[in-house]
Design a protein around this ligand. Structure first.
Ligand SMILES: CC(C)(COP(=O)(O)OP(=O)(O)OC[C@H]1O[C@@H](n2cnc3c(N)ncnc32)[C@H](O)[C@@H]1OP(=O)(O)O)[C@@H](O)C(=O)NCCC(=O)NCCS
Length: 326
């Protein structure tokens, strides 16, 4: 897929949001402890530049020239969003609005002259509308079985998808634990080839889900996870497609039920309910309602016991408890 096509999608979905208040750039006095209200800072050889609310700069008696409105582009920006920033700057330049761009880990932020904020929002809305009215050609996401030669790409995808913790929303240091779980699941005896499914877009693996053998009281069930979608393509239905495909395949294979640890906002839409309500205890009681279960067509009912995941999960259990997606 080309950057240009992605850019169009990003521009159409950029969601500019105006923060309340006025912001200023000031040169922070050398040696002074940083104030709590500082929103951004850049250290240079000549000194420290900070951005903070105007009222706070006034209270601290700091000088400034540029009084800005702060607009956040709520779309999740990643490397591809470099093009997004350039397109946004161009649109604002065309509208004769000066703009300073701050890139955060999640989003881009625009500081425009406070008197121009309404016009800036208009220009951005126009840019989004232009791109929405000329959508990229429909391209199909293809779901297929994972093949051993896909594994490196899948591990790289998982590293990217879990580089921000689903629990804390913070960047993960080092390799996310989900990558090692996957690596081990591929080699585990609980691995089920038909239930390791990739989503492919133009030959690129952009999503993956795996379900592996698990048990309750000797009864064979499935444990789903990890599931991951390339960050730049999240919220486009790929995760849902992988979830639905898993349910279809599991039913076709005569499986009885699927358990997972995950968000109570996301998985109920696929029919998952708190597992305790079905008589299935989580491996760790702390997981509470986040441990969920989907009874499949041949669910026998009357099952009680504690769920046991495939061995590779046990190997990192202490870690996964704190990293359970919420
Ligand atoms: C979770 C994930 C697989 C979902 O895939 P996706 O392709 O982005 O999801 P879809 O486009 O099918 O669904 C998007 C919807 O799910 C919601 N959603 C996605 N992840 C969610 C989460 N963790 N919590 C709550 N809601 C979530 C979105 O808000 C959106 O809701 P809407 O339809 O009401 O707008 C994907 O976001 C991802 O890879 N996340 C990082 C890794 C991760 O957290 N994996 C799950 C834990 S194992």
């Amino acid at each position: 897929m080309t950057g240009e096509k992605n850019l169009q999608t990003l521009l159409a979905a950029m969601h500019p949001v105006l923060r309340e208040g006025e912001y200023v750039y000031v040169l922070w006095p050398h040696g002074r402890p940083l104030a709590a209200g500082i929103e951004a800072a850049v250290r240079e050889a000549e000194g420290l530049t900070v951005v903070l609310p105007r009222a706070e700069a006034d209270a601290l008696g700091l000088d400034y020239d540029f009084v800005a409105a702060w607009i956040t582009l709520e779309v999740h920006s990643d490397l591809e969003a470099v093009g997004l920033t350039a397109a946004v700057s161009r649109a604002l330049t065309d509208a004769k609005i000066s703009c300073n761009v701050l890139a955060g880990f999640h989003h881009d932020h625009l500081l425009v002259p406070v008197g121009d904020s309404a016009r800036a929002l208009e220009a951005l809305a126009e840019l989004a509308a232009t791109n929405a009215s000329d959508p990229e050609p429909v391209r199909e996401v293809r779901l297929r079985n994972e093949k051993p030669e896909d594994r490196e790409a899948i591990l790289a995808l998982a590293a990217e998808a879990f580089s921000v913790s689903p629990v804390t929303g913070l960047p993960v240091e080092g390799e996310p634990v989900e990558v090692d779980i996957l690596r081990r699941l591929f080699e585990a005896r609980e691995y089920l080839p038909e239930l390791s499914v990739v989503a492919e877009l133009d030959g690129e693996i952009v999503g993956h889900v795996i379900s592996t053998r698990a048990w309750v009281d000797g009864l064979e069930l499935l444990g789903l996870g990890p599931i991951g979608v390339a960050p730049r393509l999240q919220r486009h239905g790929i995760g849902s497609a992988l979830m639905r495909e898993t349910v279809i395949r599991a039913n076709a294979a005569g499986e009885r039920g699927i358990a997972l640890l995950g968000s109570t906002e996301y998985y109920p839409r696929f029919g998952f309910v708190p597992s305790a309500s079905m008589g299935i205890e989580a491996p760790d009681k702390k997981w509470g309602d986040n441990f969920q279960f989907l009874p499949l067509a041949v669910w026998p009912g009357g099952v009680h016991g504690t769920f046991r995941y495939a061995e590779p999960f046990a190997a990192v259990e202490g870690d996964t408890i704190d990293r359970a997606p919420q």
